[in-house]
Design a binder for this molecule. Structure first.
Ligand code: NAD
Ligand code: MG
Length: 398
């Protein structure tokens, strides 16, 4: 049985809820026992309070200081300390535990992931944006602290499980699979009118709003290419993307002798979370089982970078290096949120990212220094301002 003292950052989101649900299932089935140090959430105080009552953490934190009174009230009599704001989240992340799930969405998760990376804990990283913004710095920090980074993104969990960690020179190529999202077969001419409701309705995965938009534009696969490059120290030219609409093969590693290993399973985020929670052990939960005969066949196709230009822009940013991946990420976040707020058309998400990248000269971020997180956040803030002004330009022209 695995025993862990854990903190869940972004506990109230899609990945956070799946993490707590999985922990409950492992406890019920006798394969795990968990003590919770801290839970953090955003504006959903009711959910955070419900989770805190169930798990009895020492600390529950909301990102929103205006909601602290509400959280305190909801936790009255439970013995759980309530706190609010970014600094309180960073403090929660820095507490010594065995395992931290970093599942805040966007660059907002960077500072807490960075704090957790310095504690020596196992860092289960769902927040891909923090890897994109300071991958080498974050990975180095985990290593120096004596901790371990385990990717939670399903594709990277797949690669992690079949990667030759002690002999990386045996790898010829990584292939990330992509579902293709809800608009895989939508003709280019019909894409301008895509609505937020259509974009967040993913065919295979149930996820938060921002990553659902990223899947619809394929910016998600672009972010994942950058994530894979850093996690597995692999250059862009040895990372491929293949569209696989069934989302059964979660990614593949081709070895130099021509052998290719893949990890498979029904599309459910609890499987990569379970892997990160127990690694190198395994825990049992009510996992959906793979039935290949029922599936009949698996299909694959090349991605269409013409209809999904963010894929190519991400590759360019990865190859440009320096601050370009941070700029790509920030501009994409601003544009995805503007699209969800109906301030930007679907096709203009890529236009905003391209324009932001071309306007911002890639300033170098020294990944060796302790201030790499601050430097990345400074680039992130500047890229956000630039992207916001480009969004406003589109809105004014509309
Ligand atoms: P979500 O929107 O469902 O949840 C996000 C969590 O972060 C919530 O708890 C929210 O309260 C919190 N949060 C939001 N803004 C915050 C802020 N400014 N400060 C502090 N906390 C804040 O998102 P999700 O789908 O669970 O995704 C979380 C992360 O995991 C993302 O980086 C995403 O790319 C990654 N991921 C998600 C999935 C998935 O299936 N959902 C798969 C792979 C990777
Ligand atoms: Mg993924």
């Amino acid at each position: 049985m695995i025993r862990r003292r854990v903190t869940v950052l972004g506990a109230t989101g899609s990945v956070g809820c799946s993490t707590l649900d999985l922990m409950a299932q492992a406890e019920a089935g006798g394969s795990g026992a968990f003590e919770v140090e801290a839970l953090t959430g955003g504006a959903n105080i009711a959910r955070l309070a419900e989770q805190a009552r169930r798990w009895k953490p020492k600390l529950a934190v909301t990102a929103d200081p205006a909601r602290l009174g509400e959280l305190r009230e909801a936790l009255a009599g439970t013995g759980v300390e309530a706190a609010a704001g970014d600094e309180a989240i960073t403090e929660a992340a820095a507490r010594p535990v065995d395992w931290v799930m970093a599942a805040i969405v966007g660059a907002a998760g960077l500072r807490s992931a960075w704090a957790a990376a310095g504690t020596g804990a196992t860092l289960a990283l769902a927040n891909k944006e923090s890897l994109v913004c300071c991958g080498p710095g974050l990975i180095g920090r985990v290593r120096r602290s004596g901790g371990r980074l385990i990717p939670v993104d399903s594709e990277h969990s797949a690669i992690f499980q079949v990667f030759p960690h002690t002999a990386p020179e045996q790898v010829a190529k990584l292939t990330l699979t992509a579902s293709g999202g809800p608009f895989r077969t939508t003709p280019a001419g019909a894409m301008a009118d895509i609505t937020p409701e259509q974009a967040v309705a993913h065919p295979n995965w149930s996820m938060g709003a921002k990553i659902s938009v990223d899947s619809a534009t394929m910016a998600n696969k672009g972010l994942e290419m950058i994530e894979a490059a850093y996690l597995f120290d692999t250059p862009s030219e040895r990372i491929d993307v293949v569209v696989h609409p069934e989302s059964i093969i979660h990614s593949l590693v081709e070895y130099i002798d021509g052998s290719t290993l893949a990890q498979m399973g029904p599309p459910d985020m609890k499987t990569p979370i379970a892997c990160a929670l127990a690694w190198p052990d395994r825990i049992a939960w009510r996992a959906p089982r793979l039935d290949l005969a029922a599936l009949g066949k698996l299909t694959f196709e090349a991605p269409d970078t013409r209809r999904f230009p963010l894929l190519g822009l991400a590759r360019d940013a990865l190859e440009a290096g320096g601050a370009a991946p941070i700029v790509f990420n920030a501009a994409n976040e601003v544009a995805a949120v503007a699209f969800l707020d109906r301030r930007l058309g679907f096709l203009n998400i890529a236009a905003v990212v391209a324009d932001t990248l071309s306007r911002m000269t890639a300033s170098g971020v020294d990944s060796g220094s302790e201030s790499v997180c601050d430097a990345a956040l400074a680039v992130d803030a500047e890229a956000r301002r630039t992207a916001e002004s480009i969004v406003r330009g589109f809105a004014a022209a509309a």
